[in-house]
Design a protein around this ligand. Structure first.
Ligand SMILES: [Zn+2]
Length: 71
């Protein structure tokens, strides 16, 4: 089983968008938050996520904003 299969079906915990594999991270297609894969186990906690460039807090993430807006 390759990595893509292993992690398929996992979604961004905030916005429920698909994640893509990038190095040792699963990256949300929508908000670009990067969730680390630690020893093969994805850590899908927003508190542990690496924020994309230009974003300084969780509240600024696209998925968080959408959720706040009631989508
Ligand atoms: Zn997201």
């Amino acid at each position: 089983m390759n990595l893509k299969e292993k992690y398929s079906g996992l979604l961004c915990p905030i916005g429920k968008y698909p994640l893509r594999i990038e190095n040792e991270y699963l990256v949300c297609e929508n908000c670009e938050a990067a969730y680390p894969i630690i020893e093969g186990i994805p850590d899908l906690l927003i508190e542990e996520a690496k924020l994309p460039e230009g974003i300084s807090s969780i509240q600024e993430l696209k998925c968080v904003k959408e959720r706040t807006a009631g989508k």
